[in-house]
Design a binder for this molecule. Structure first.
Ligand code: PMV
Length: 356
């Protein structure tokens, strides 16, 4: 199905050059399970990060006979293994931007974080590429507002990787229809207008790298595990409830509620993987050691630190900047030993993508 309002009929041709930087994001309420063309089975909300970014430069030129759709450099080197994912993305977005198919794209991209860190780069990568494509389209639709182009960028990013829909603006992004956020949509993410309590200003995310390896479960396989999952409907219902809790916590600065909901979501995501068919245990002994020590440290010190997880073994530790000193001391003395090669990334809330 094509969402007609995202297709602009005007055909155009020409050369264009642009470059965008898009951030990674960490979900507080997790998206797990999809249907149709990259539509979420439940709404999700994420913090936009600021340091983990993908920078992408694209040169567009009219495509000649026998010309390929694109060429691609990652860290200035050819990366043929990324080609199928990019071609799949272009094939999915062509219907929403027919003129694009008549152009060859020279894409050069790099990440601020190591590709082999186990940090998913598909969200920031797809968002950065989508923003370049939208900049090209906007040149021919100068009447578009900034909000129009960000909406279309989120819509297109979603077609590359669901969570990429949330890698456009910030510091918060909501994707998926819910009663909690009245203008939310399954088609694109929105930056909610509700105020974010000041305790979350510059909120910190220390990403502890437990496993630098390739993903053990591909996104497509992972989301597919929710088809016929025995707990699917309860899980989708739980995500709606948790979205309400997180919304309240973010607006009021209730950190107990924030911590409780964020950790419950992380473990619920992994519980879904552990109870699907086939089943996966993506947490590792070091993941559990970090979780146990973090919870014990919180109980002992009453400092508002909490953990969350993606679909992998790495741990994100979230905490207010005001408590940065004692918490980084704790991380350095107690948790670094559990990181692979002592690797970690210090990040914090960000404001979204930028034109370079
Ligand atoms: O964007 P995808 O298809 O790679 O899915 C990401 C799913 C999680 O990272 C596990 C959760 C989320 O909402 O980001």
């Amino acid at each position: 199905m094509i969402e007609d309002s995202f297709v602009f009929s005007k055909n155009f041709e020409g050369e264009f050059h642009t470059a965008w930087q898009a951030p990674s994001n960490i979900a507080l309420v997790k998206y797990w399970g999809k249907h149709g063309q990259q539509l979420p089975k439940n709404p999700s909300i994420s913090f936009t990060l600021s340091q983990c970014v993908t920078k992408t430069e694209v040169r567009f030129r009219p495509r000649k006979a026998n010309d390929t759709a694109f060429d691609f450099l990652f860290d200035r080197q050819e990366k043929a293994d990324f080609h199928p994912k990019i071609m799949q993305f272009l094939d999915r977005i062509y219907p929403y931007l027919p003129s694009l198919e008549n152009h060859h794209l020279s894409i050069a991209t790099e990440n601020s974080f190591p590709h082999s860190s186990g940090i998913a780069s598909s969200a920031s990568a797809m968002a950065a590429l989508a923003l370049c494509v939208v900049a090209f389209e906007k040149k021919h639709h100068p009447q578009w507002s900034k909000a129009d182009s960000l909406k279309k960028a989120s819509f297109l990013s979603r077609l590359g990787s669901g969570s990429a829909a949330r890698s456009i603006a910030g510091p918060l992004m909501v994707w998926g229809e819910s009663t909690a956020y009245s203008n939310s949509s399954d088609l694109y993410a929105i930056a909610p207008e509700t105020a974010l309590h000041s305790v979350f200003n510059d909120y910190q995310d220390s990403i502890l790298i437990v496993d630098k390896g390739q993903k053990k479960v591909s996104s497509t396989l992972g989301h597919g595990l929710m088809e016929g999952h025995p707990f699917a409907s309860q899980r989708f219902e739980q995500a709606h409830q948790n979205l309400n809790h997180i919304k309240t916590a973010l607006a009021t600065g209730d950190l107990d509620l924030f911590i409780d909901t964020t950790e419950a979501e992380a473990l619920s995501l992994h519980a879904m993987m552990m109870t699907s068919n086939p089943r996966f245990v993506l947490m590792q002994p070091q993941t559990l050691a970090i979780i146990h020590k973090t919870v014990a440290f919180r109980k002992e010190t009453h400092l508002p630190i909490c953990f969350t997880l993606d679909a992998g073994a790495n741990v994100h530790l979230l905490y207010p900047i005001a408590q940065q000193q004692p918490i980084t001391d704790f991380i350095q003395s107690e948790l670094f030993a559990h990181c692979q090669d002592g690797q970690y990334i210090s990040d914090q809330l960000g404001t979204g993508a930028q034109k370079l």
